[in-house]
Design a protein around this ligand. Structure first.
Ligand code: HGY
Ligand code: MN
Ligand code: MN
Length: 422
């Protein structure tokens, strides 16, 4: 494999770590489950801390539980960080998040082994709780670093069973009482680079091994409650019912129609979490609770669909004699990746003779929040058959090694060209 500074990304060393890491929370069909706060989360953190210390990095856990492993620089400059997240969705794949963290580990290892004298401090970061979790706070670690979650709201935060977030944060080595100290500015962190799987089919279709990401979609989530009337499933006549499940179902289909009517590929929506109560075969459902998620390339489109949804849902609820309530639990704007980093990634890929595509991401990433206060960039490797957030998630070793080499050479280029005042 070609390289630009005599420093090679070692695919073999990366793969050894990747296989060992994939055993943490391993599932029978090849995937992993490492939800935030679980014993697998703790095990993954321990693995990363040991692996970072083994190559001489200084490990720090910040008050929200993000793991930072630092390689000090020769000059007093802002830090350049590489990383992603180590948690996973339920019944998830091995690559989402873990790929970025472990390619970052190998990148720093290769730079160290090659005797590279970095001007900027370089760091690996593995963010806390990137995926949705029972506290309704996805990208919790990166949002906190960006100052987008306040101490008060974090301290008040409880999961659906009433467990305080502080309990889970203390268990991963953080402390919400000190959470303001986790915040960074562009003076602390000058740039952030994240390597991730594409999670779609576009790269495979374009037959390209790599993408430079141009931007990341916005995400809007509503925590919805529909309250009807629980009653006997045999004796209550159909005309007398206020079935919360059926009302929620009609609302869900109306949501799908609003999305389809737009005929766009930069707009999607999902109801991926749904519960009915009391959830028994012989009781008409009294209430339903679900999360509606909308993703779009612009805030205007995302908000227009959200208000259309609420209008349609209210009308259905009125006709069916049930109550509809929706609380906004996430309203995240789309972000563009930094032009300077995009140019560096494209330049390095071209010099390495790696064909690449440019993609706008419809998946959310920690890089979104980094982009709100510093230079952020992303690289994607293809996902085989576009599968992700499932156990079948796969990417090719050869593609990962190419992207890993781009990361090594891009970090060197950034280290040599970025400084505090740029
Ligand atoms: O939900 C997302 O897009 C990301 O994978 N967390
Ligand atoms: Mn994910
Ligand atoms: Mn991810």
């Amino acid at each position: 494999m070609k390289n630009l500074a005599n420093i090679s990304f070692s695919g073999e060393r990366f793969w050894t770590h990747f296989l060992a890491f994939s055993n943490i929370g391993a599932l029978s069909q090849g995937g992993v489950e490492r939800p935030f706060g679980s014993k697998e989360d703790l095990e993954a953190r321990l693995y990363l801390q040991n692996a970072c210390r083994a190559i001489g990095l200084e490990v720090q856990v910040d008050p929200i539980g993000n793991l930072w492993a630092v390689m000090p620089g020769t000059e007093k400059l802002s830090m350049i960080a590489v990383g992603s997240h180590h948690d996973s969705v339920p019944q998830g794949g091995r690559f989402d998040g873990a790929l970025g963290v472990l390619t970052s580990l190998e990148t720093l290892h290769a730079l160290k082994e090659g005797g590279y004298k970095n001007r900027h401090p370089l760091a690996l970061v593995s963010f806390t709780a990137e995926e949705p979790n029972p506290f309704n706070l996805s990208t919790m670690g990166s949002r906190t670093v960006a100052g987008r979650l306040t101490k008060d709201s974090l301290i008040r935060s409880r999961d659906w069973n009433g467990r305080p977030l502080q309990e889970a944060i203390l268990a991963v080595g953080g402390n919400l009482e000190l959470v303001e100290q986790a915040r960074k500015t562009s003076n602390d962190l000058g740039a952030f680079l994240e390597l991730h799987i594409e999670q779609g089919k576009r790269l495979e279709r374009a037959q390209k091994p790599l993408a430079v990401v141009t931007g990341i979609c916005g995400i809007h989530r509503l925590d919805v409650t529909v309250i009807g009337e629980a009653n006997h499933a045999g004796t209550t006549m159909l005309a007398d019912r206020h079935d919360a499940f059926l009302a929620a179902s009609e609302i869900a289909l109306a949501f799908e129609k609003s999305l389809l009517d737009e005929h766009r590929d930069d707009l999607v929506g999902t109801i991926g979490r749904f519960e009915i109560f009391p959830n028994a075969a012989n009781i008409i459902p009294g209430s339903a609770r679900f999360i509606v998620e909308i993703r779009a390339s612009t805030v205007e489109l995302m908000h227009r669909i959200a208000s259309l949804f609420q209008k349609k849902a209210q009308a259905i609820a009125k006709r069916r004699g049930v109550q509809f309530n929706a609380d906004v639990i996430l309203d995240q704007a789309p972000e563009e990746m930094d032009k300077f980093l995009i140019a560096a990634l494209e330049d390095v890929s071209t010099k390495l003779q790696i064909p690449y595509d440019r993609l706008f991401s419809m998946a959310g990433h920690d890089a979104t929040h980094m982009a709100s206060f510093t230079k952020a960039g992303m690289l994607f490797v293809p996902s085989i058959d576009g599968k992700s957030h499932c156990q079948d998630e796969e990417s090719r070793f050869e593609d990962i090694v190419l992207a890993g080499q781009v990361m090594v050479d891009a970090i060197i280029q950034m280290d040599q060209t970025l400084d505090n005042n740029s």
